[in-house]
Design a protein around this ligand. Structure first.
Ligand SMILES: Cc1ncc(COP(=O)(O)O)c(C=O)c1O
Length: 398
């Protein structure tokens, strides 16, 4: 049986409990390890490989870009930044974009925007409302915003200026912020990813939008994991018919090429001036090309519709096969971001799934998370179910 590798690598820093396989190549939603064993990939690089592996349009486009220009500098105009920004603005209903390289960087930029928004209004100690079970990254500020004591342990003192509230409870946020003139923003994931695939209710999102407008707070939605078509709309909050003021993106935006972006609406688009924020690599031509082509291909191939359709098919099959088992608490999520919460810890399933030829993850101890590429077909979804169901039943029988 596959177990977590006992010995850490001698030279790579020991930050992950890695499974003892190494992947060498991929095609579509399948990957092969260095020994030639094949896996069905229901993890997609943790919600990153939007177009699957070795996509026939993405790969030549990136090869062409590499031969032309990989990196220039933000000292100069980067036309591909203009192109990708225009695509994101059009799809989000927002107005301006800052490009960086990862989710935490996008969230750091959002937090800086919130603080400067406050300072510009004369608030010297701005406060941002964040959520229980949230995950926003591993930098000092983003881990301070994260609602998971395990992520924070050993890294104090944490950054100040956060108030934490529970999800889906409008009275709780009203109460927590009552009479506090320093609040400048509310920061959350539409569907919490690392926290266990926990969706915010549509009516709560709409109430929050109203509250932000009433109080002149920035609504900042971390769509790093749930965005970029995964739920069947470009951005998960669009199911609630709202538009945020600030929206960090990363993961699926580049189909595997590292990229991050902060999309801003009119209330936040002009907060930063030259010198306020920057990054050497952010917005480089290679990453921008990956984003531009990803969005084009998603649109040409109807991948939003596919995510909604195949996601609904997968969820229905999981509910049919697992929903009535006493050890299965809930099957939740939307599109191709699904979580199966069990009544007991299930971390062991990651290794057992690898043995069975399936890649998935377990988050928040008891939640099996499926975030495959958006090219997944119904037949492949059925294969995931066929591989996963016996593993879950066996675990629950132990
Ligand atoms: C919602 C959310 N925000 C931020 C991050 C951090 O992104 P990165 O790992 O690219 O820094 C993650 C990563 O899992 C995430 O799920």
């Amino acid at each position: 049986m596959t177990a977590f590798a006992e010995a850490a690598s001698p030279h790579v820093m020991n930050t992950y409990g890695r499974l003892p396989i190494a992947l060498e190549r991929g095609q579509g939603v399948r990957v092969w390890d260095v020994n030639g064993k094949q896996y069905l990939d229901a993890l997609g690089g943790i919600a990153v490989n939007t177009l699957g592996h070795n996509h026939p349009r993405l790969v030549p486009a990136l090869q062409e870009q590499i031969a032309k220009l990989i990196h220039s500098s933000n000292y100069y105009h980067v036309p591909l930044q203009e192109q990708l920004a225009a695509q994101l603005v059009e799809r989000s209903g927002m107005t301006n974009v800052f490009f960086c390289n990862s989710g935490l960087e996008a969230n750091e930029a959002a937090l800086k925007l919130a603080r400067k928004f406050g300072h510009d209004k004369g608030i010297e100690k701005p406060v941002v409302v964040v959520y229980e079970k949230a995950f926003h990254g591993r930098s000092i500020a983003t881990l301070s915003a994260t609602g998971n004591p395990k992520v924070q342990a050993g890294f104090g003192p944490l950054v100040e200026g956060f108030i934490r509230v529970p999800m889906n409870d409008i009275e709780a946020i009203r109460k927590a912020t009552e009479g506090n003139p320093n609040v400048v923003a509310v920061f959350f994931e539409t569907i919490q990813g690392e926290g266990g695939v926990n969706p915010m209710r549509i009516d709560y999102l709409q109430q929050l939008r109203k509250l932000c407008d009433e109080r002149d707070w920035l609504m900042m939605i971390d769509e790093v994991q749930c965005g970029m078509g995964r739920t069947g709309k470009w951005f998960a909050h669009q199911w609630a018919g709202i538009v945020p003021d600030v929206m960090p993106l990363a993961k699926g935006l580049g189909s595997g090429v590292p990229i991050g972006a902060v999309v801003a609406g009119p209330k936040a688009a002009n907060i930063f001036a030259p010198g306020n924020h920057g990054t050497t690599f952010g917005g480089n031509p290679l990453a921008m090309r990956a984003g531009v082509e990803t969005i084009r291909i998603m649109e040409d191939d109807g991948l939003l519709e596919n995510a909604a359709k195949v996601g609904a098919h997968l969820k229905a099959a999981l509910e049919r096969e697992l929903g009535s088992l006493p050890g299965v608490k809930e099957i939740r999520g939307q599109g191709l971001m699904l979580g199966i919460e069990l009544t007991k810890p299930c971390g062991a399933l990651m290794g057992r799934a690898v043995d069975a030829g399936l890649l998935l993850s377990v988050t928040a101890d008891t939640v099996i998370r499926l975030v495959p590429s958006l090219i997944l077909t119904e037949a492949e979804a059925d294969e995931i179910v066929a591989l996963l169901v016996p593993l879950v039943k066996a675990l629950l029988a132990e």
